[in-house]
Design a protein around this ligand. Structure first.
Ligand code: GLC
Length: 529
């Protein structure tokens, strides 16, 4: 089927590019302040068009004290002055749409900032008040209530509860500055319906739903039964002991998404939502994308897969099977602003980069949609950010490096920081850029046909030509150390082993690296027809 004949909505097989707003491009106040912003994004939209993606997802740009870099929202319907104004987002939407790009914005419903008007009112009000009832305030345990109400930990380290001066505790599954809302209180759902409508009215094409598996906690707020041995791991979605998680993935959360689906469907133009749901199984992930709920969910199983043909094949087949019943399409993601960049995960250096390119080429051949994270098209690796420059709230709570290393501002051009990112010449942006990034800038890679950027452009073009509208069944299997995926008459092969492998017969449409002597070298993928 050609692209023109396709019947799926745009998001079904879109390539979506994640823009981490603080680190994409800095344009204001001119010449920039070292922090990316909305006018910066608008100025670089032609780059995304040329790269060949279908949509962008922009991380939170709402009013926020920036304790978790925007995932702590103080006002859901305004733009933080750091990033621009409502006019700037209107201009961004208009420019993007003019270029044929869709725009997904981030929605953070699990918690607000402690600077949100609701939380300030809650602190000013007494225990038992209606102001406190929008959050999860509880008396403590033990003598004088000096112990937290239960044993839950914050994702960012330390207890998930903080005590306020009158002795009550409030729940925050993330930073202290991110109090969890009580979704059992109808006021909360009503507020978020208003937020959805506000942004839909402004013309956004969809939402990325932050911590979509949070929202409801088991009503008893009972202690978590801690696993004795099994550790939380995203590595295999299949065979592992499930953790006891009274704070995540409760059945009531699905009612929220049924309500949101009705709102989204009431607008013209295939508005969509994609869940960030770190569920424990592919089956529970699929619950979020039932026909009357959200449209997509990030497939973190693919991201967590170790470098193994067998593991890749298992995730491909399981992911496709899990979403089939839900009448949705799978999603594939290798990197985002919360995880170590994938070339580094795959070993770093030339091997890590070769593997990263190979995994990307395999991913772009799979059915459904692919999410790319800014900078992966430049082959950027995780940066070892010096301790004095680290800003992730989890660093302050745990003393562990955290996520700053994947959030370093993009290098666009030039030989030295800020590499065309914006900001005064000769200064470093909000997270310092490495001194050796000159060969990795967009300008440098644009001039080199063998660059990772040139490879991404070729791969995205080939994806449109080869797979647009393809609806055939996709099956993955393993041949020795080679992952083989058959789709739309094409064999997609990825050599995860240590020896060269035979290439299937046929025309090589694209490869992630050189194919010397007509064989498939280790750490290389190709599409053959
Ligand atoms: C999500 C975001 C992450 C943020 C957290 C709390 O996991 O991706 O960046 O810190 O939610 O909002």
């Amino acid at each position: 089927m050609s692209g023109a004949e396709r019947s799926h909505p745009w998001w079904y097989d879109a390539v979506v590019y994640q823009v981490y707003v603080r680190s994409f491009a800095d344009a204001m106040p001119a010449p920039g302040d070292g922090i990316g912003d909305l006018p910066g994004i608008t100025s670089r939209l032609p780059y995304l068009r040329e790269l060949g993606v279908d949509a962008l997802w922009i991380t939170p740009f709402y009013t926020s004290p920036q304790k978790d870099h925007g995932y702590d929202v103080a006002d859901y319907t305004d733009v933080d002055p750091l990033f621009g104004t409502l006019d700037d987002i209107d201009r961004l939407l208009e420019t993007a749409h003019g270029l044929g790009l869709r725009v997904i914005v981030d929605l953070v419903p699990n918690h607000t900032s402690d600077q949100h008007a609701w939380f300030r009112a809650a602190l000013a009000a007494a225990p038992g008040s209606k102001e406190r009832a929008r959050y999860i305030f509880r008396p403590g345990r033990g003598k004088d209530g000096a112990e937290p109400p239960n044993n839950w930990d914050s994702i960012f380290g330390g207890p998930a509860w903080t005590r306020v001066p009158d002795g009550e505790w409030y729940l925050h599954l993330f930073d202290t500055s991110q109090p969890d809302l009580d979704w059992r209180n109808p006021e909360v759902g009503d507020m978020f319906e208003g937020v959805l409508r506000f942004w839909l009215d402004r013309g956004v094409d969809g939402f990325r739903v932050d911590v979509a598996h949070g929202l409801y906690k088991e009503a008893s707020l009972r202690d978590q039964v801690r696993p004795k041995k099994a550790k939380k791991s995203a590595e295999s979605m299949v065979e592992r002991v499930l953790n006891d998680e009274p704070m995540w993935d409760q059945p009531e959360v699905h009612d929220v998404y049924r309500r949101w689906r009705e709102v989204l469907d009431s607008y013209p133009g295939d508005r969509m939502a994609v869940a960030e749901a770190w569920t424990q199984t592919a089956a529970s992930m699929a619950m979020f994308i039932r026909p009357d709920e959200l449209h997509q969910a990030f497939n973190f199983g693919w991201l967590g897969t170790p470098w193994s043909a067998e593991a890749f094949a298992e995730v491909v087949n399981d992911s496709i099977a899990a979403v089939a019943a839900a009448a949705s399409a799978p999603t594939w993601v290798l990197s985002n602003h919360d995880v170590e960049r994938h070339p580094t995960r795959y070993g770093g250096g030339p091997v890590g980069l070769a593997r990263g390119r190979a995994a990307t080429l395999a991913m772009l051949a799979l059915p459904g949609s692919a999410y790319l994270y800014q900078g992966e098209e430049l082959g950027l690796e995780q940066v070892d950010v010096p301790p004095e420059a680290r800003q992730d709230p989890s660093w302050f709570r745990t003393g562990k490096p955290g996520r700053d290393g994947c959030r370093v501002p993009l290098p666009w051009s030039g030989d030295a920081p800020p590499y065309g990112f914006g900001g005064p010449a000769g200064t470093q942006p909000w997270i310092p850029q490495p001194a050796d990034w000159a060969p990795l800038t967009v300008a440098a890679q644009d001039a080199d046909p063998d660059s990772t950027l040139a490879f991404y452009k070729r791969a995205l073009t080939a994806r449109r030509e080869v797979f647009a509208g393809a609806d055939e069944e996709t099956v993955a299997h393993v041949d020795g150390d080679v992952l083989v995926v058959r789709r739309a008459g094409v064999s997609v092969v990825l050599n995860a082993g240590t020896y060269p492998a035979a290439l299937p017969e046929g025309e090589v449409l694209i490869s992630s690296g050189p194919l010397p002597g007509g064989v498939l070298p280790p750490d290389t993928a190709a599409w053959i027809r």
